[in-house]
Design a protein around this ligand. Structure first.
Ligand code: PGA
Length: 255
């Protein structure tokens, strides 16, 4: 069996930090290199160029990624960003299917599949987000929602081959995002275990183990260590606590 993938600390800036603020953040950020961990920031589209330039200037051990990508390579899709455009500026990381994209911008499991497939075909590494609403958890539907969100991806041949290579997952219970209500280690561990079992059934245990499953939702420096200690949690996708260099660094120091 292959070695476990390095722990990933991924920040999601959402619609925060324009090009100037991105530069200032990265100028302040000190990030010592670690052998068994990777750091990444998903920044707004308009800040990608400035973030890449600042990261390269300081040779920070940090990958810069986009928060969204369209499944078509070009065309009449006002306001969207395509894979070739991202590649042209040196981006090879994308976040797909974040719950805010699903909730506010009409993304569905179908469009998430199209995007994931297309991004993988174009050579991107994809972090695919899944997670249940509070009402779904309360109705005892967490596992069926997670299954629905993953089933088409797990059935798709293109996606299947890339799990554990360029396709990884973030489990983000929607009720924990931006609310300050973090999932308990037990809740997170149980959802991660369930997702891993779906991966194992479809892909076999080696690919399932090679696939990172990040936890996201109100991760802070005060709860990250406890979450990381849970078997099956391979890192964090962090919104609010990734917005200041000091707290991003504090999270990094906990790995
Ligand atoms: P949060 O956001 O850490 O602010 O809860 C996480 C996310 O939406 O990825």
């Amino acid at each position: 069996m292959s070695a476990k993938p390095p722990i990933l600390l991924a920040g999601n800036w959402k619609m925060n930090h324009g090009p100037k603020a991105a530069r200032e953040f990265l100028q302040k950020l000190e990030l010592p290199k670690k052998d068994r961990a990777q750091a990444r920031l998903y920044v707004p589209a308009l800040s990608l160029t400035s973030a890449i330039a600042s990261t390269q200037e300081k040779t920070l051990p940090l990958q810069i990624g986009a928060q969204n990508v369209h499944y078509e390579k070009s065309g009449a899709f006002t306001g969207e960003i395509s894979g070739p455009m991202l590649s042209e500026i040196g981006i090879n990381q994308v976040l797909i299917g974040h719950s805010e994209r699903r909730q506010f911008f009409g993304e569905t499991n179908e469009s998430v599949l199209l995007k994931t497939k297309s991004a993988l075909e174009q050579g991107f590494e994809v972090l695919l987000c899944i997670g249940e609403l509070l009402s779904e958890r309360e109705a005892g539907k967490t596992e069926s929602v997670l299954t629905e969100q993953l089933v088409h991806v797990l059935e798709n041949q293109e996606c299947k081959t890339h799990f554990g290579g360029r396709l990884h997952l973030a489990y983000e219970p929607v009720w924990a995002i931006g609310t300050g209500v973090v999932a308990t280690p037990e809740q997170a561990q149980s959802a991660h275990g369930f997702v891993r079992s779906l991966l194992t059934k479809s892909l076999g245990s080696e690919k399932a183990e090679d696939t990172r499953i990040l936890y996201g939702g109100s991760v802070t420096p005060s709860n990250f260590k406890e979450l990381l200690a849970c078997p099956g949690i391979d890192g964090g996708l962090v919104g609010g606590a990734s917005l200041r260099p000091e707290s991003f660094r504090a999270l990094w120091d906990l790995i």
